[in-house]
Ligand binder design. Structure first.
Ligand code: SRM
Ligand code: SF4
Length: 583
């Protein structure tokens, strides 16, 4: 006879680490107090993620230090989420100050509307968290097996709908934050943060974490809210998505999407990017309830044995959307309506000056790679600091790593324009269409999972294509290009009309054919290509596009029509339908 212990599959070791951590405490404080090393204990490295902290090392100096028999150059990344990317000038100034004194003097704006500071020594972590918390920001749940920063379209035009949507994003984000007092106890000397309000019990968690329980979720969870016609948040790339349905200028509710995600592993057929399915329609006051119950389904049904299969997209794929919907309605105790008709036009950002329905002005700035830094060429960090100090605008971090200076009165436009021009923040006016719409993940030197360069590579690739774009008359055309240093998908590369995914140093898999509206994945065109090979492959296709495109036809659609790649059949996952490699 098989005993229970023989038949039950062994849970992934992270499940044990979470369970034994006393709600995310572990031995983090002891690890940090240990001055004999810059690193922390390996179990604590898993737990600090929930506090928004990743241990990393500078990979540029790894080999040299190894030769010199030195420890790795350890430091930490701190990720500080602001729901919907909404940030005050005071918050910007705190990020600027922390970046200057204990990070690499640079701020990274992420693809999920958050701030990242790299290079923080462990002795500085408490100060970074305290300073951010004083400015009403938190790194809690920046990473880890919980709901991450809730994204929302930073739409500066339909101001009223946007503020209603933002309000919902804030509510979802606060509601799904972990409740453990570990964060305040460890970093804030016991002071509570705003999101730590008592919750009702009975969700299947425990007294301390009513929703998450002691083992939290099987894996990270991501939510985004889109406001059509912009799909700037890439709503279909998310575990759970809400698409605003606006009728006669009024927000009537949201289409609910489930089961999106980008990450995969080279050579592991069981992993694949998947676009979310549209499942139902929810009223505005049902949305937080829907988010909570979906998260609880993933908590109970998600895979806690195989981490590579633990994202919600696999739960949806395995059980099917109908079963997820019926379980959701069961847990809600009411039925949802069917999804309504919506229309997306694109997943990029708006640049330049636009007037909101509140008559205030917004200026969309292009920040290449989301990198706020002072260089010889442009003093972006100084410029943004002076803009924040003026107090004339708010900041909206976009899902494409850019910034919108928001809610500017007419009389302050000249001052903002002067600061923007003086500090080289005006590249939105001159950058080519392809450059403006790029995304690249961080990758080297900080990312421990990087296989190839990304943020330090994509700008040079675009430069080398710009000659061809100009000759072909495509300089101003927005052709979505996205790169990542590995297949995890942090720059959502499988939604690029051109996607580059690092394979080994200097080589990339080249993908083509995603939809401009973010509703169709791209497809592998050629594997393991060098820079020269990528250029040689792309140039003739771009020239062909310039000559032979139909009216209004987007580059991704063109590559499919002309047979460079096949369309993904169901539109929502590759591998399974058509095999990875293009014929
Ligand atoms: Fe990511 C892991 C950076 C958005 C999928 N991601 C990482 C880590 C923490 C590497 C690690 O685990 O050691 C990277 C830190 C690099 C560094 O030095 O900063 C990292 N991810 C980023 C950021 C900063 C990229 C950027 O340049 O903006 C983005 C931070 C977002 C945020 O503010 O929260 C970022 N990551 C994403 C996205 C895009 C999104 O969410 O819209 C994805 C794809 C969507 C998805 O989740 O399916 C993404 N990151 C991953 C994965 C793959 C997860 C999977 O399903 O397999 C990993 C690896 C993992 O979790 O094991 C990962
Ligand atoms: Fe690192 Fe890969 Fe994410 Fe890029 S895609 S940041 S290389 S994990």
């Amino acid at each position: 006879m098989i005993s229970d212990s023989q038949s039950a599959p062994k849970l992934h070791k992270n499940e044990g680490i979470k369970a034994a951590s006393q709600h995310l405490r572990g031995t983090i404080l002891e690890s940090i107090a240990n001055v004999s090393t810059g690193s922390i204990a390996s179990d604590d490295q898993q737990l600090t993620k929930f506090h928004g902290l990743y241990q990393q090392d500078n990979r540029d100096v790894r080999n040299e230090r190894r030769k010199q028999k030195l420890d790795k150059a350890y430091s930490f990344l701190c990720r500080i989420g602001v729901p919907g990317g909404v940030s005050t000038p005071e918050q910007w100034l705190v990020m600027d100050e922390l970046a200057t004194y204990c990070s690499f003097d640079t701020i990274k704006l992420t693809t999920r509307q958050a701030y990242q500071l790299h290079g923080i020594l462990k002795s500085n972590l408490k100060n970074v968290i305290q300073r951010s918390t004083q400015a009403a920001m938190s790194s809690l749940a920046g990473c880890g097996d919980v709901n991450r920063n809730t994204m929302a379209s930073p739409n500066p035009i339909q101001t009223e709908v946007h503020s209603q949507v933002q309000d919902i994003a804030d509510k979802i984000d606060a509601y799904l934050k972990p409740q453990t007092s570990a964060f305040s106890e460890m970093w804030l000397d016991g002071k509570k943060i705003a999101s730590m309000e008592p919750r009702s019990l009975g969700m299947g968690g425990d007294d301390i974490e009513p929703l998450y329980g002691s083992t939290y979720l099987p894996r990270k969870f991501k939510i985004a809210i889109a406001i059509p016609p912009q799909n700037d948040v890439d709503v279909y790339a998310h575990c759970l998505g809400f698409i605003a349905v606006i009728e006669n200028d009024v927000l009537v509710g949201f289409n609910v999407t489930v089961g999106g995600g980008m990450g995969m592993t080279h050579g592991n057929e069981k992993t694949f990017p998947r676009l979310a399915d549209t499942m139902a329609f929810a009223l505005p006051d049902q949305v937080v309830d829907v988010a909570e119950k979906i998260v609880s389904i993933q908590r109970d049904w998600g895979d806690r044995v195989e981490r590579a299969h633990a994202r919600f997209k696999y739960t949806v794929e395995d059980h099917g959307v109908d079963k997820i919907r019926s379980e959701l309605e069961n847990r809600l105790g009411y039925k949802l309506e069917d999804a309504r008709s919506i229309n997306f036009e694109g997943n990029g950002d708006r640049y330049g000056w636009v007037k909101g329905s509140n008559k205030k002005w917004n200026l969309g700035l292009f920040i290449e790679g989301g990198r706020i830094i002072d260089t010889e060429k442009a003093k972006l960090k100084t410029g943004m600091r002076l803009i924040a100090k003026s107090g004339f605008c708010e900041f909206r971090l976009t899902p494409n790593q850019n910034v919108i200076l928001a809610n500017i009165c007419s009389e302050n436009r000249d001052t903002i324009n002067a600061l923007v021009d003086e500090h080289g923040l005006d590249s939105y006016k001159s950058a080519s269409g392809m450059r403006r719409i790029q995304i690249s993940c961080v990758s080297l030197p900080t990312c421990g999972l990087a296989l190839a360069e990304s943020e330090r590579y994509l700008p040079s690739l675009v430069s080398d294509l710009e000659g061809t774009l100009e000759e072909a008359g495509l300089s101003n055309d927005e052709i979505i290009i996205r790169s990542t240093g590995c297949p995890n998908g942090c720059g959502r590369p499988y939604l690029g009309e051109i996607g580059l995914v690092g394979k080994v140093p200097g080589k990339y898999n080249l993908y083509l054919g995603a939809g401009f509206d973010g509703a169709r994945l791209n497809k592998l065109f050629r594997a393991s290509q060098t820079h020269e090979e990528i250029i040689n492959l792309l140039k003739p296709i771009l020239i062909d596009y310039a000559k032979d495109r139909q009216d209004g036809e987007r580059f991704g659609d063109f590559t499919i029509r002309k047979g460079y790649v096949l369309a993904t059949s169901a539109g929502n996952r590759f591998h399974k339908d058509l095999g990875e490699v293009n014929p």
